[in-house]
Design a binder for this molecule. Sequence first.
Ligand code: ADP
Ligand code: MG
Length: 590
Amino acid sequence: MPIEILPEKVIGQIAAGEVVERPASVIKELVENAVDAGARTIQVQIRDGGRRLMRVSDDGCGILSDEVSLAFARHATSKLRTIDDLMAIRTLGFRGEALSSIAAVSHLVLVTRSVDETVGTQVRIEGGTVIQQQSIGAPAGTIITVENLFYNTPARLKFMKQESTEKRQISGVVTRYALAYPHIRFVLEQDSREIFRTSGSGQLADVVVTALGLDTFRQMIVVDSEESARGNHPAVGVYGYTSLPTLNRNDRSRIMIFVNGRAIQDTNLTFAVTQAYHGLMPSGRHPIAVLMLDIATDLVDVNVHPTKAEVRFQNSDAVFTAVQRAVRRAIVSAANVPDFASSMTSYDVDQWAAPGTRWLSQADGEPIEGDAGYLSDELFDDDDPTAIPVGPGAPSRPRTMPMLRVVGQVGATYIVAEGPVGLYLLDQHAAHHRILYEQFMDDLSSKQPIARQTVDGQTFDVPPREARLIEQNLDALKQMGLVVEIFGTNTFIVRALPAILADADAVDVLASLMGEFDPRESAESLTDRLAIRLTAYAAVKSGQVLNMDEMQAIVRRLERSPTPLTSPDGHPTLIHMSNEQLAREFSRSR
Ligand code: ADP
Ligand code: MG
């Protein structure tokens, strides 16, 4: 073919592909326009997952009748004039591409009336060509109906996913904008059925309840922090909600991050959120979070991609740190549950390590004051030998829980304890697991060799695939005190076990670790998972009868844990019932 400049129409269709990938991208652009138009209510209707029809109605400012056709021209926008305006952009749109792109690949009808005019306009466009334009009576605002998306771009049509997938994508888009704009009422109807509605109350909490459900919301913690500008670090406000460590998922899809009201995809920041849970959730699990970032517009470049789903930060490390700290701070302060006397919580947030280093290597704190009224520290000798290995203790570590007095054991599974403000029930396995894990990670990070115990060389065979995994990870295992040598093809011999596992069956231990090896995983996260698994193996089991000393030893160590309320794999370690709750349960008036 000879070289030729493409006709305008083909250029438009090609360009449209960048903005309009699927029905959900249409909804995204139309909703953004409605938000930019100052709408108080935005209604989204779809039929057949958006293939047949999508309609977005708003009560925003509308479009002046003599600007209507301009709105569909390529690169036509009312939101930006010079490139410098981008530095201060507050609107969601600015590229002037959406309406022209959508109109190029669909049958589109626009009805709009500007608040400044008494008569509205209706335009009908097919594949980018205006078919009809007329004056019409209409309420102030804009209604855009898009039918037969991709009817003239068969390649795109072929790539449309199942209806259910498109529906899910669309409700994802609407949910995100509803979260970002709680003062706007959003309504989503699928095939004439209302499936989502927010109140427009202005309260983020209301939208979170609607979007994620009340059960989930009850397990969310408020994040609210303003990282002050330091040196050349920008000030970043981070607020919203993040889940308790016990509420987690195996994918990242519920970590929703917004920058200045724009839903963005940023794997780096998603990672920052997950990182904040380090040691509180097994690696590979992810929290649920809705986080709004507030950052000066000149420090974010929003013009990275036609879909505007990515942004570039001038200082992405500072933003990463701000998110990680804000979330970590929220989790830790939630871990110091309000029932616990506030004088007993001392956790120096400024001592937190930078990203990439271990978070839980807690800086030494002063012994806390103010709890002398209760059982005094001297009653317990941290070096008291007990049958259960709980480590040497960490006397310099501040207490994160009140001191508890063990009352007894229930069902050989739970430790009953009394504290200054009520009753505590500890899950002995989860609590011990937390303690052993912290001890183990402390030892690992101090680079001391993990105490280990030689065992009579026990050989074992594994299937070839597993054998390769073991071979590849011999060093990682050794670092954790598990010395394994190759004995033959697919045969190994165990030479030593970590001391905390001295009594365990070596082959059994290894078998339990097999599921943790994932060739794609980073060494750090593998170590973490192995540590969680090994310490779970070593921790007292439920069903194991403990004597008072053993129970007291567990409780005493847990009191010093920076994050005493969950096991490293995210199970609760203790339940607290306050004196008030007890009185209420027994109908005692106080
Ligand atoms: P952009 O949003 O990047 O400016 P669009 O192609 O999405 O580009 O829209 C073009 C212009 O049409 C906007 O700048 C705005 O002036 C006008 N417009 C589009 N949708 C609406 C709406 N729902 N209400 C009012 N004006 C709108
Ligand atoms: Mg737009």
